[in-house]
Design a protein around this ligand. Structure first.
Ligand SMILES: *Cc1c(COP(=O)(O)O)cnc(C)c1O
Length: 389
């Protein structure tokens, strides 16, 4: 039997030496790590409707919970925040359970246009017993086809329009969709899983909470970690329904160590989020341009992205192999990215990297077959940790 302790130790050493460009991930600071590894990690806490906790020894746990909730509310300027969902997916379940009855309908962006697979027919809709239609989308512009959506939603009559994508480059015209939702009596749900850190830093869809009924998403993609989810709303009734749909419906134990870590990350974002988010967007655009200049085709030239991720162009596959092959080749050189052509800049920005020419050279040379291992080791020697109190 291999010692797992040893494997985890090796994993830590492996990670400290590689450049992580995975769009769904981020780097967690030592305070967040400390909270995750603390005694809270094996505890329970559950505040009952009468205000008492169902478990003993929880007065500090309750204080942490409340402080985390307040920090999240402050960060997003929201009236209410549900901080317990253990992932963006669970937050999505809660948002859908609030908004759509069994037999109801949603519309979401198709996964072929970068939408989240969980909203496709066979997943959450089938599980919760509702049907789903797709939001018309113009791939070349990375924009919703608003006119077609208006026509189709008037006939389809969804109970909820669910926005948000996993391949997420551009914000939406939310005001327009809000008006449509008001006309057809539909809820507007915004899945910000990928961009919660950018929204917190006011660099992406600043009107997300103004126009949607519920804004929710993961806390570990562009947000500063830990892995988990949050759900925000300005409507009291929706918040009570969110609370109702959390404990004993979509989950039970909220993992108090995770909530403590979330509060710490939120306080870092309150302090540094705007600076962090604007650097990320600059880095995305800069890397897109720098890769293109080195013959690595990136989609949506010349704007590339308004978020934390850029998308390699499928044109690259003819010359350098599938995204899987490219990812494997990069990994051999110490560069980690997914197998779907996404490159994310959240973690690199947090580690203090702003020289996109150097990173683009390393990526393009590695793709072209040069051994870049010592260059990546050298780059990682310069890694720091920014935006952490
Ligand atoms: C990642 C993602 C999710 C799922 O989030 P988890 O935190 O992994 O549960 C949901 N929606 C979108 C759009 C995502 O990108």
């Amino acid at each position: 039997m291999t010692s797992i302790t040893e494997l985890v130790d090796r994993y830590g050493r492996f990670r400290s030496n590689v450049l992580n460009l995975q769009a769904s991930e981020n780097y967690i600071c030592p305070h967040v790590r400390m909270a995750l590894g603390s005694d809270l990690g094996s505890r329970y806490a559950h505040i009952m409707p009468d205000g008492n906790n169902a478990y003993g020894g929880t007065s500090l746990t309750d204080e942490i919970y409340k402080e985390t909730q307040d920090s999240i509310k402050k960060l997003y300027n929201s009236r209410f925040a549900e901080v317990r969902p253990i992932g963006g997916h669970v937050a999505a379940e809660i948002a859908l359970l609030i908004s759509v009855k069994r037999g109801g309908k949603i519309m979401a962006i198709d996964e072929n246009h970068g939408g989240y697979t969980g909203y496709m027919k066979g997943y959450l809709p089938e599980m919760f017993g509702f049907s789903s239609g797709t939001i018309p989308y113009i791939q070349e512009k990375q924009e919703i086809d608003y006119e077609r959506l208006e026509k189709e939603a008037l006939t389809y009559r969804p109970d909820a329009i669910v926005l948000g994508q996993s391949f997420f480059l551009k914000p939406y015209d939310l005001k327009r969709i809000r008006e449509l939702c008001d006309r057809i009596g539909s809820k507007l749900l915004y899945d910000g899983s990928h961009v919660m850190g950018l929204i917190a830093g006011k660099k992406f869809q600043n009107d997300a909470l103004k126009y949607s009924d519920i804004l929710f998403g993961s806390t570990h993609k562009s947000f500063f970690g830990p892995q988990g989810g949050i759900l925000l709303t300005n409507q009291e009734e929706l918040f009570h329904q969110a609370e109702f749909n959390t404990v004993w419906r979509t989950m039970d134990n909220y993992h108090p160590n995770r909530v403590a870590a979330l509060g710490i990350a939120a306080q870092d974002l309150i302090a540094f989020g705007e600076d962090y988010a604007s650097k990320i967007v600059n880095n995305s655009k800069g890397l897109g341009k720098a890769l293109e200049e080195r013959g690595i085709p990136v989609q949506f030239q010349p704007w590339y992205s308004e978020s934390h991720q850029i998308l390699l162009s499928p044109k690259i596959n003819e010359r350098y192999g599938s995204f899987l092959e490219i990812s494997r080749k990069l990994e051999k050189n110490g560069i980690i990215c997914d197998r779907e052509g996404r490159i994310g800049l959240s973690e690199a920005t947090r580690r203090g990297f702003n020289d996109m020419d150097r990173i683009a050279s390393a990526i393009s040379e590695a793709i072209k077959g040069k051994d870049m291992r010592s260059e990546i080791t050298d780059i990682m020697r310069g890694a720091g940790l920014r935006y952490c109190k």
